[in-house]
Structure formats: structure tokens, C-alpha cells
Design a protein around this ligand. Structure first.
Ligand code: M6R
Length: 609
């Protein structure tokens, strides 16, 4: 979604802001803009499309000079993708420029009020309303004007504001949309995401909701919107530049698929005590008493995170014998859910900022659930608002298509299952067996990654087909959903995932000569049933691409293509079976000539409902 970067210090900031925008490109956007204040004048440039278009424009116009500035990538919500709607927006009286992530929900009534006061709007955005309102309320103090305006606003925002009358002041604020203030050496860099500031500093203050920061070249102060001082909490960013750079890979998605073995080792490091047959999870152990009494677990998330949550549901019921259900956060939030005593709600999210997941979590807390997070981004909103949690530790995920976060989520949910199961039905030996299997996964994954060239060849054979099916059963039904999501989101091929048995209840009508049907057919309790489903598709002319267990001779006779994965205990198998599907999706997108890391219409982190 939208991205923010802002700077105040002693350096000429145009280049620094452009670099920040480039690091935010992965979040998804459709236009970009920049405003720089040079002494007493703001220069502004905006462009539709890529950051490189903005860069070209700056070059053509001779660039911008100044050591205080803001820049933005916009993902359209209110108003189409036009230059006039791109940020920064300005007021029409004082000389204010503002960038904004989020949505001002009461913008229509505020706009009417401002129009009655004579303000003339040039865009269709909610953001311009906020810029005008700050201008309207300005009485010689930008910080105060921002506080006053935010008291009138409902909705979500993270903003950065400058004013021609105050060339030594940058004001930033946050509610419901992430923003952090990076503390450099005699300079401050603000970003909606650590990747925008990490090249300059690792010290940062993640702003809390309703916090306003007034930043000057010599320091900063934080307060709430009523001007009550807030004590800032400085944190150390754990990211390094190498993690957010491509290296020798073609795309971040490819890099992240190949990083999975290493990422999983990090996820498991220090958490598996095979000798004692127990999992060590520092972030949940202080709730042991409550967890022993758990009667029900609701897992929630969106997209890929929901698919991981669905695997969590199977794991918790099958192994830990705890009633569990996985549900879209967007549905849970609004359907008036019943939350009984001793319910644990687990919010699964890579970014920790997904608006629907955050809202579902708040709803569950409100209804008395113990809130747990399975999150990647340290210090993110969901991580901060949960009672307990386990970080994924897979490192920054830049590719819009989630890959390593998925396997990290499934690994954490597997560990949580063993943790909770040990308190109930699982013996120390059973736990130790599962953990030993987990420890072997990274190495087995490496073996699958070695077959990358073959997976590309297989994908190439079907690249012209516009409709694909992904079918699986049990633990690999969510994997089928994930395979279909990966393919559609980056290659724009229509793909449907479903339980293999469901196909007979309608979707079988779609099967025509040559239609690719990807079956996750590894060895497991429902192997024979999957074989029957394969026969049914084959009989109707479908082409079978099977993900199967190494050494399976039977499947070779049935399927048109077989992608083998090493043998593994069935409950843990999605962490392996998903890898060929990720690679197929990646190659399909590349073969079709798409921008893998910036798929159309998509954003990395969906911070609006
Ligand atoms: O950051 P989150 O894990 O909460 O994001 C949830 C979904 O938006 C995300 O998984 C999305 O579906 C990805 N594009 C899938 O690749």
C-alpha cells in the first residue's frame, strides 16, 4: 500500500528520498510524488506510474534543492490514478505540503465545511482535505495545527507535514497505519516501513497510535493529539541492508523462495528441545496457566496467512486435540462471533499491519479471548497488541507474493501445536519425534530447490493455459489454496484451489482437454482417495501435474508430470509440498513477462479494510 519517507537534516534530500521510495516500491503503488522545502519555498513534483517516472520528471525540471522533504508512493483509494490525486497535497493558504497513508473516513463532511470557508480543492482525495484543514487551523505553529486537525479526523492515518513558514520543522503522526522515526547522526528519517530508513540508521522510534512527533534538525518531541507529552521508545532495527537487496537473484520472490531453508532454521533455532521433548517459546510461556485451560482456538488472517492458519487448525485438532477453527479476519470481525471462556485467538500475519487481521484481533480481545500473534515484523501493530506471540524470524519479506513467511507461519503453528499438545495428549516421545522431523525440513527443502530448472520446464509446457486447478486433501487442502493464490496473483492466470473431493460437486464441469490440474498427492492418510480424484480428472482430458513423495512409482504411471518432494510426516508436509508450487508460480510469471515483485493492483501490506 502507500509508502512514506521524509527527511530533515543537513543533506540535500532529493536523492535520499528517491532511494527511500525505491525501497518502498515492493509495497505496491500506482503513483509517486515528492515535496522539498528550500528555505522558504516548497517545490513539488508528482507522477503517475513508477518511481522512475518521478525521477525522470525531476531530471527534466532540474531537480529540487533542500534539506527538508517528503516523498510518497500512492495506492489509490479515494479518486483515480492521476497526477492530481498523487501525494503530496497542499493547502491553499499557508504553504503546507502533506503525505498520508490510510483513509480519512469523515473527509466528506470536513470537505463541505472547508468549501464553505472558501477553500478550493484540486483533487478527489481524502488527503487533500487533511492538508486544507491543517492550513485552516494554522495559527503560527505547525505542530499545534496538526494536533488540532487530527482531533477532528476519524479513520486511519500516518502523515508527514511541512510548512513554508517553518523551514526547520517536520511534523509526523500516526493512528492505525505504521510510521517510524529513524534517528540518524544530526538527521532524522521517517518511514512507513524500516526498509525506507535502514540505509541511514538502525535506531528508530515506532510511533504509537495518536502520537504526533515534532522533528527539528536538533531533536524531536512526541505528544498525543491533545499535546500531552508521550515518552518515545527507541528500538534497534534488526534488519540489515543485505536482507533487503536482491543480490544475485532476479526477483525478491525468487530470493525469498531460495532463502526458505535458512529462514526455517532461524524460525526453529533455540525453540526445539528434542532431548526433553518440549518446545521452548519465550513469548507465550508466561501464559502457561491460561493456555492449559484452552477450550477453543480461533486462527485468523487473510490471504496466504489464512492458508497457514488453516493448516494450524488441522494441526491443533489432529495433534493437540484442541477444537480449532480458521477464519477470514474480515468475516470474524463483523459476524458477531461467539467467544467462549478460555478461547485463544491467534492472529497470523507477515506484516503485522493487515487492517482486517488487526481489527479481528481487537474484536476478539474485546470479547475476552487471549490474543496471540504469529507475526514476522517485530514491533508491528499486531505484535504490539497481542498478549502473547511467536515471531517468525524469517527476515524481511519484500516480494508481494508471500513465500518464506508462509513456511515460517506453518513452522510456528507446528511448534505451538507441539507446545500446547504436550500440555494435553502428546507424550514427550511423540513431541521429540515431530521435532526431529522438523529439524530435517530445511535440508529436504534444499533438495526440492535443486529441481528448480525442471520445475521451470514443466511450467513452460502449460504456460499458455488460462485456467488451472489446484487440488489437495487434509493438510494439503490449504496448500492447494496457496498454490492457486500464488499462481493467480503474479501470473494473472485464473486458478482455483479446493479440496480434491469438492471437484466432483461442480468444478469438474470446467475440465476440458489439456486443462492443467495440480494435485498435491504426497503420501498420507488420504493418498488412495487422491489417486481416485486424479483418475477422474484424467478421464475428462485434464493434464495431471502431481506433487508426490520421492519413490512413488504408482503416480508416475498416472500423472503427466511429477514433481517429487522428500518423504515427511504428513502434518508437516505442507512446508515441503508448497515449494514446487511457489516455483511454478514464479516461473509462470517470468515466462509471461510480468513484474513478479510488483504485481498489478496488489499491495504487500493491506492496511485498509
Ligand atoms: O501481512 P499479512 O500476512 O497479514 O498479509 C496477508 C495477505 O494480504 C497476504 O498474505 C497476501 O495474500 C499475499 N499477497 C499473498 O501472497
Amino acid at each position: 500500500m502507500c509508502g512514506i519517507v521524509a527527511y530533515i537534516g543537513s543533506k540535500q534530500c532529493q536523492q535520499l528520498l528517491l532511494e527511500g521510495l525505491k525501497r518502498l516500491e515492493y509495497r505496491g503503488y500506482d503513483s509517486a510524488g515528492m515535496a522539498v522545502l528550500d528555505g522558504s519555498k516548497i517545490t513539488l513534483a508528482r507522477a503517475v506510474g513508477k518511481v522512475s517516472n518521478l525521477e525522470d520528471k525531476l531530471e527534466e525540471t532540474g531537480g529540487m534543492r533542500g534539506t527538508l522533504g517528503l516523498a510518497h508512493t500512492r495506492w489509490a483509494t479515494h479518486g483515480g490514478v492521476t497526477e492530481a490525486n498523487a501525494h503530496p497535497h497542499t493547502d491553499d493558504r499557508v504553504g503546507i505540503a502533506l503525505i498520508h497513508n490510510g483513509i480519512i473516513e469523515n473527509y466528506a463532511s470536513l470537505k463541505t465545511y472547508l468549501e464553505e470557508k472558501g477553500h478550493v480543492f484540486k483533487s478527489q482525495t481524502d488527503t487533500e482535505v487533511l492538508a486544507m484543514l491543517i492550513g485552516e487551523l494554522y495559527e503560527g505553529d505547525l505542530e499545534k495545527a496538526v494536533q488540532a486537525a487530527l482531533r477532528e479526523v476519524t479513520g486511519a492515518y500516518s502523515i508527514a507535514v511541512i510548512c513554508e513558514k517553518e523551514p526547520d520543522t517536520l511534523v509526523v503522526a500516526r493512528k492505525g497505519s505504521p510510521l517510524m522515526l529513524g534517528i540518524g547522526n544530526g538527521e532524522f528519517i521517517v518511514g512507513s516501513d524500516p526498509s525506507a530508513i535502514i540505509a541511514h540508521t538502525t535506531q528508530a522510534v515506532p510511533l504509537e497510535d495518536y502520537t504526533v512527533a515534532k522533528v527539528t534538525r536538533s531533536g524531536f518531541r512526541t505528544s498525543d493529539i491533545h499535546d500531552v507529552p508521550v515518552t518515545p521508545k527507541v528500538m534497534q532495527l534488526e534488519m540489515d541492508l543485505e536482507q533487503i537487496e536482491l543480490g544475485s537473484f532476479g526477483h525478491f520472490m525468487q530470493k525469498e523462495i531460495f532463502e526458505q531453508p535458512k529462514a526455517l532454521r532461524n524460525t526453529m533455532r533455540g525453540r526445539l528441545d528434542t532431548r526433553e521433548g518440549r518446545v521452548v517459546l519465550g513469548g507465550v510461556s508466561k501464559f502457561d496457566k491460561e493456555l492449559t485451560k484452552t477450550r477453543r482456538v480461533t486462527l485468523t488472517g487473510q490471504g496466504t496467512a489464512l492458508h497457514a492458519a488453516m493448516i494450524g487448525e488441522y494441526l491443533l485438532e489432529d495433534l493437540a486435540k484442541i477444537p480449532a477453527v480458521a477464519e477470514y479476519a474480515s468475516e470474524f470481525r463483523y459476524r458477531n462471533p461467539i467467544v467462549e471462556d478460555n478461547t485463544v485467538v491467534i492472529a497470523v500475519s507477515q506484516s503485522g499491519e493487515t487492517a482486517d487481521t488487526l481489527a479481528a484481533l481487537r474484536e476478539a480481545k474485546e470479547r475476552g479471548a487471549l490474543a496471540m500473534g504469529v507475526v514476522n515484523v517485530v514491533g508491528s501493530s499486531i505484535a504490539r497488541e497481542t498478549d502473547a506471540g511467536v515471531y517468525l524470524r524469517v527476515g524481511p519479506e519484500i516480494g508481494v507474493a508471500s513465500t518464506k513467511a508462509f513456511v515460517g507461519q506453518v513452522a510456528v503453528l507446528s511448534m505451538l501445536t507441539i507446545y500446547l499438545g504436550r500440555k494435553r495428549y502428546l507424550s514427550a516421545d511423540q513431541c521429540a519425534d515431530l521435532m526431529r522431523e522438523m529439524e530435517l525440513i530445511p535440508e529436504k527443502m534444499e533438495r526440492i530447490l535443486e529441481s528448480d530448472a525442471r520445475i521451470r520446464k514443466v511450467t513452460e509446457r502449460y504456460i499458455d493455459r488460462e485456467n488451472w486447478l489446484f487440488l489437495g486433501r487434509g493438510y494439503n487442502y490449504p496448500t492447494a489454496l496457496e498454490g492457486a493464490l500464488k499462481l493467480k496473483e503474479i501470473s494473472y492466470i485464473h486458478a482455483e484451489g479446493m479440496p480434491a473431493a469438492e471437484m466432483k460437486h461442480g468444478p469438474i464441469a470446467l475440465i476440458n482437454d489439456g486443462m492443467p490440474a495440480v494435485f498435491i498427492a504426497n503420501r498420507g492418510r488420504q493418498y488412495d482417495k487422491v489417486m481416485s480424484n486424479i483418475q477422474e480428472v484424467k478421464a475428462r482430458g485434464g493434464r495431471i501435474i502431481a506433487v508426490a513423495t520421492e519413490g512413488d512409482e504408482q503416480i508416475k504411471r498416472l500423472a503427466d508430470e511429477v514433481l517429487f518432494v522428500p518423504d515427511i510426516a504428513e502434518p508437516l508436509s505442507p512446508m515441503l509440498t508448497v515449494v514446487p508450487l511457489q516455483l511454478m508460480a514464479y516461473h509462470a510469471a517470468v515466462l509471461r513477462g510480468h513484474d513478479v515483485d510488483k504485481p498489478r493492483n496488489l499491495a504487500k501490506s493491506v492496511t485498509v479494510e
